[in-house]
Write a protein that binds this ligand. Structure first.
Ligand code: URP
Ligand code: ZN
Ligand code: ZN
Ligand code: ZN
Length: 514
C-alpha cells in the first residue's frame, strides 16, 4: 500500500478554483501535436492556442517541456468484483484513486450478473457500489452470463434506459459465466439489433476444463498449470470463432484482453476480410511483464500473476503486442484491473484452477506503455493517446467529450512529464494490495498533473482526489465509430521516426514534419 500522501478532500471543501491555464506545453491528440496553451473553466476546455486572453485570478500550471494529453480511458476494470469465492481488493474509491494517480480519468467497469440474476438488478447493484465512491467519471459494460428471452429484454432496457452500449460474453469460465455458441449467436444478434457492441472473453472453456482435469490428475497443481491448461491456440481458436460468429450474425465485435501473438494473428486475418468492424484490446500486463513468473517457486509470486487469458511464456510477446498496437492491428490497451490479495490467491495453493484470476494495472497502464512503447521508439505520442484514450472514447461513444484536448471537451487532462523517472513498486502504488506485477520496472515518463473534470487531482505529484467526485457516464448506443460504416483506422504510429530521447518530435496526422 502507498506511503505517498493522499488527501481525501470532501467535495464541499474542494477549492472553488474553477479556472485553470496550462501554459507552454505541447498538446498531443491522436491526430497531431501542437504548441498550445489550454484554458479550462468550470470543467470544460474553453480555449486552446497561444496568446489566449484569460480572466485574472486564473491558476496557471507551467507545462514547459511537458506534453498535455487527454486523460486516459481504461476500458476494462473490475473493482469490488466477486469471483472464484473472493472479492477484488480495489473498490471503486481505491481503484479510481489509483487510476487518477497514473493519468487515467475515466474507467469502464463490468457489471457481471450471477447466472439467473436479472441484468438490471446487477446493474443497479453496481451503480450503488460505485456512484458515491468514484474519484473520476466511469461507465459500465454489462456481462451476459446466461441466456433467456428475459435477458434479451433486459439488454433492450439497459440500452434504452440505463446508458449501456456494450455487453461482455464469456467463451471461458465453464459452469459459471460461459455461453455456448448458440447463445453467443443470439447475444451478438441482439447487440446488432440494439446497435450495441458485443465484447468477448475469447478462450475455449471446454478445452481449458479438460486440460485442467488432466494436469491435476498428473499432479501439476502449481500456478504453472494455469498457462499449460490454456495455451495460445486455446485463445486463438476462440478469437477466430468469435469473429466467425460475429460475421455470420452481422454484428461488430470487440475482443477484450488479447494476450498472445496467435490471438492477434487470428484477429488480423478476420479484420482484413469482415464486413463489420472488429476491435482488439490488449492489457498493460502483457506489455509490461510475461509468463516466466508462473515458474517462480514462490507460490505468492506466481499466483499474483495469474489472470485469464494468461501471460505468455514466448519472450517476444510484449514487443509483438506493442507493434500490433502501433500499426492498428490492436486498437486499445486496458488494465483488466482485478486485484486479489495474497490470502485470496491462496485458495489455489493446492490447485491452480482455484486461484482467483486477476492482476493490477489501472495505475501503471499508461507509464508502462510509455516506457515500453514510446521510449523504445516503437510508438509515437499520438498513437499512445489513441490507444490509451481516444479509441476507447470513440468506440464507446464518449467522443469528443472524452479522449480529446479540444474546445468543448471535458477538462480531463494529463500534464505528462516525459523526463520524470520512477520505479514502480507496491511500496508506493495506490492499490489496496501489497503486490505489484510491475515491481521494479523503471519508467521514464509519468503524469505530473492530472486534471479531472477541471479539478487538479494530481498536483505536481501530490494526489488530491475526492471520493464521489466522478459521475456515471451513460454510453449511448449506435456509436458512429462502430455503426457508421466500417470503422476508419486511426493513424498508425510513426514507428522509427519518433525520437524519444530528444524533445518530442513535431508530428501532424501521424507524420513527422521536422
Ligand atoms: O483474469 C481475469 N481476466 N480476471 C477478470 C475477469 C475477466 O475475465 O476479465
Ligand atoms: Zn475476461
Ligand atoms: Zn516472490
Ligand atoms: Zn476482465
Amino acid at each position: 500500500m502507498s506511503n505517498a500522501p493522499v488527501k481525501k478532500v470532501p467535495i464541499h471543501l474542494q477549492s472553488s478554483q474553477n479556472r485553470l491555464l496550462i501554459k507552454n506545453g505541447q498538446v498531443v491528440n491522436y491526430d497531431g501535436m501542437e504548441d498550445a496553451d489550454v484554458y479550462i473553466e468550470d470543467g470544460i476546455i474553453k480555449q486552446v492556442g497561444r496568446n489566449l486572453i484569460i480572466p485574472g485570478g486564473t491558476r496557471i500550471i507551467d507545462a514547459t517541456r511537458k506534453l498535455v494529453m487527454p486523460g486516459g480511458i481504461d476500458p476494462h476494470t473490475h473493482f469490488e468484483l466477486e469471483m472464484m469465492g473472493a472479492k477484488a481488493a480495489d473498490d471503486f474509491y481505491k481503484g479510481t484513486r489509483a487510476a487518477v494517480a497514473g493519468g487515467t480519468t475515466t474507467v469502464l467497469d463490468f457489471v457481471l450478473p450471477e447466472k439467473g440474476q436479472s441484468l438490471v438488478e446487477a446493474y443497479n447493484n453496481w451503480r450503488e457500489k460505485a456512484d458515491n465512491k468514484v474519484c473520476c467519471d466511469y461507465g459500465l459494460h454489462v456481462g451476459v452470463t446466461w441466456w433467456s428471452p428475459s435477458v434479451k429484454k433486459e439488454m433492450q432496457q439497459l440500452v434504452a434506459e440505463h446508458g449501456i452500449n456494450s455487453f461482455k460474453m464469456f467463451m471461458a469460465y465453464k459452469d459459471t459465466w460461459m455461453l455456448n455458441d448458440y447463445d453467443l449467436c443470439q447475444a451478438f444478434e441482439t447487440c446488432a439489433e440494439l446497435k450495441a457492441l458485443p465484447q468477448v472473453h475469447a478462450e475455449n472453456g471446454h478445452i481449458i476444463a479438460r486440460n485442467t482435469e488432466k494436469l491435476l490428475a498428473a499432479g501439476v497443481t502449481t500456478p504453472e498449470g494455469h498457462e499449460l491448461s490454456r495455451d495460445e491456440e486455446v485463445e486463438a481458436e476462440a478469437v477466430n470463432r468469435a469473429c466467425v460468429i460475429a460475421n455470420q450474425m452481422n454484428s461488430p465485435l470487440y475482443i477484450v484482453h488479447m494476450m498472445s501473438k496467435s490471438a492477434v494473428d487470428a484477429l488480423r486475418l478476420a479484420r482484413s476480410k469482415q464486413k463489420q468492424p472488429i476491435f482488439g484490446e490488449t492489457l498493460a500486463a502483457t506489455v509490461g511483464t510475461d509468463g516466466s513468473h508462473y515458474k517462480n517457486a514462490c507460490f505468492r509470486h506466481a499466483a499474483a500473476h495469474v489472470l485469464s487469458p494468461p501471460l505468455r511464456s514466448d519472450p517476444y510477446t510484449p514487443e509483438a503486442i506493442i507493434e500490433a498496437l502501433a500499426v492498428d492491428d490492436l486498437q486499445l490497451i486496458g488494465s483488466d484491473n482485478c486485484t486479489f490479495n495474497e490470502k485470496d490467491k491462496e485458495r489455489g495453493k493446492d490447485d491452480f484452477s482455484k486461484i482467483p484470476n486477476g492482476v493490477n494495472g489501472v495505475e501503471d497502464r499508461m507509464a508502462v506503455l510509455w516506457q515500453k512503447a514510446v521510449n523504445s521508439g516503437l510508438m509515437d505520442p499520438c498513437r499512445f493517446v489513441a490507444v490509451t484514450s481516444t479509441n476507447a472514447a470513440r468506440i464507446f461513444n464518449l467522443w469528443p467529450a472524452k479522449g480529446r484536448v479540444a474546445v468543448g471537451s471535458d477538462a480531463d487532462v494529463v500534464v505528462w512529464d516525459p523526463q520524470l523517472e520512477r520505479t514502480i513498486s507496491a511500496a508506493t502504488h495506490h492499490h489496496a494490495l501489497n503486490f505489484n506485477i510491475f515491481e521494479g520496472t523503471h519508467v521514464v515518463g509519468s503524469p505530473q498533473y492530472v486534471i479531472v473534470n477541471g479539478r487538479v487531482c494530481l498536483d505536481d505529484g501530490e494526489l488530491r482526489v475526492a471520493e464521489g467526485l466522478g459521475k456515471f457516464l451513460p454510453t449511448p448506443a449506435n456509436s458512429p465509430y462502430v455503426y457508421g460504416g466500417k470503422a476508419p483506422s486511426t493513424p498508425q504510429s510513426t514507428t522509427l521516426h519518433y525520437a524519444p530521447d530528444s524533445s518530442p518530435a513535431r508530428v501532424t496526422n501521424g507524420t513527422p514534419t521536422e
